[in-house]
Design a protein around this ligand. Structure first.
Ligand code: G3P
Length: 223
């Protein structure tokens, strides 16, 4: 089962890619409190550069099910691992996968030794993807993504349901929650609902002070 985690998804925000993104990640690394709770999901083209430059664990935002060899234009999991990624998101609401493609991508990711975080929009979908035995399922109601209202306070029943359904179907799988996570109160609420942590993007990446925002989220993880 995946341990406590604050996974910051840089998405493809303009200031979160390339050289600017590396400086952002360096500031987040300085804000990290050394409890090994923080990881960063970064754009594919930045994985190798960021993994080489940073101590924080680097996740991909997606990998394909295609294997190395006769495959063109795919994000191959073994290549992503060789680039330095330790894990990957899969089936994010902004990069959804059909069931067969998710099965293939998850198989490829695990085969490459990557930790996996499969995203799901609600409890039943979370229980379904948990049967693939990822390290985490991230419950993220799409309508709350990028908004000002946190899933852990606006829709606690969705999180509570996902935690219970995943525990019933695949007890070894940890649950994260994401969408609108902004501060320590949101993180504390998520933990009280039984999650291992949070998946966050704009609350950190688009904050006036991303490092301070991350520090505040980490404070909500408890000791
Ligand atoms: O991957 C996390 C993301 O979907 C949540 O976005 O901006 O609501 O934290 P945000």
């Amino acid at each position: 089962m995946g341990g406590p985690l604050v996974l910051v998804n840089l998405k493809t925000y303009g200031d979160a890619t390339g050289a600017a993104g590396l400086e952002l990640c360096r500031s987040l690394q300085r804000a990290d409190d050394g409890r090994s709770l923080t990881a960063l999901a970064v754009p594919a083209l930045d994985v190798a550069r960021y993994a080489a430059a940073l101590r924080l664990p680097i996740y991909a935002q997606h990998v394909d099910g295609a294997m190395a060899g006769k495959s063109t234009g795919h994000t191959v999991a073994t290549a992503m691992a060789a680039a330095g990624a330790v894990g990957t998101l899969l089936n994010h609401a902004e990069r959804p996968l059909a069931a067969a493609d998710l099965l293939a991508a998850h198989h490829a990711a695990k085969g490459a030794g990557l930790r996996t975080v499969i995203c799901a929009a609600d409890g039943p979908k979370a229980a379904k993807v948990a049967r693939l035995h990822p390290d985490y399922v991230a419950i993220e109601p799409p309508e709350l993504i990028g908004g000002e209202v946190s899933v852990s306070t606006a829709a606690p029943e969705v999180v509570r349901s996902a935690v219970a359904l995943v525990a019933a179907s695949s007890p070894s799988v940890a649950v994260l929650c994401g969408a609108g996570i902004k501060d320590r109160a949101d993180v504390t609420a998520a933990r009280k609902l039984g999650t291992a942590g949070v998946l966050v993007a704009s609350g950190v990446v688009c904050a006036k002070d991303p490092a301070a925002a991350l520090s505040d989220l980490l404070a909500g993880m408890g000791r």
